[in-house]
Write a protein that binds this ligand. Sequence first.
Ligand SMILES: O=C(O)CCC(=O)C(=O)O
Length: 294
Amino acid sequence: MDFMTDQDVQKYREDGYVVLDGLLTAQECDELRQRMSEIVDRMDVPEHCRTTFSTYHDEQLKTQMQGNADYFITSGDKIRFFFEKGVFDDKGEFIVPKQRSVNKVGHALHAYEPLYKKVTHSPNVQGIAKKLGLSTPVILQSMYIFKQPGIGGEVTPHQDATFLYTEPLGRVMGLWIALEDATVNNGCLWFIPGSQNSGISRRMVRTPEGTFPLTDFIGREQTYDEEKFVPTPVKKGGVVLIHGEVVHRSAENMSEDSRHVYTFHIMEAQETRWSPDNWLQPTEELPFPPLYTK
Ligand SMILES: O=C(O)CCC(=O)C(=O)O
């Protein structure tokens, strides 16, 4: 039997998202978490990430901002670290335990970390893409998101196609895998069902070569009616399929529990134009890998 049923497909098409339980076993989730803990233990934290704005003069501040922006925009084919606010003191030392400082790790775990690669290309994931009729799916990016206890920040309402724009739209899907129970208390996702049908309100684009900032927005995120958001708890090992245009958000994590997830985005590459204005670009080092391989 297919891991994704016809009813799941219908729900995904109608609402723009669907939760599928049991993509991974508890043990697989724990192995991914364990591996991430090792990666964080050994991480190299660049100087521009460590230093707080308050210790800078204007010129240094500019250099630091450019360093951070460059670190982000060139992270598509690397494994890099992005931190919660206020986790370093003015000497660049961690104020909180290192393992509790990271907001996310991205954006090429699917390519360079064997355990993550295996999950990304697993038969169940390939089965989901086939069930949805994707003929030539490729993997765009991957992230590990920590939503740290007490300090894990909110993710404001957005559509993923704002950042991962294609022509036509409707070609991108996120797979968001809960490596721990994601609950209303620890910052699960919230969706506006059906919101994938109204196009996108904002695009993040690269600015011309040699200018700063490196990216800008065209258009504005709309203000959404709070009442329309539906909370979407997911049990450890479950996956949420996220349509590229569905509006979603997550709240701060004020609880004492973390909410670790592994997430990646795929794109139907057939008859799709990946925008050269997107921040994320395939590189010689890492062209977008086809999903239907091991
Ligand atoms: O994990 C979260 O809290 C937000 C993730 C998200 O919105 C995304 O990856 O598009």
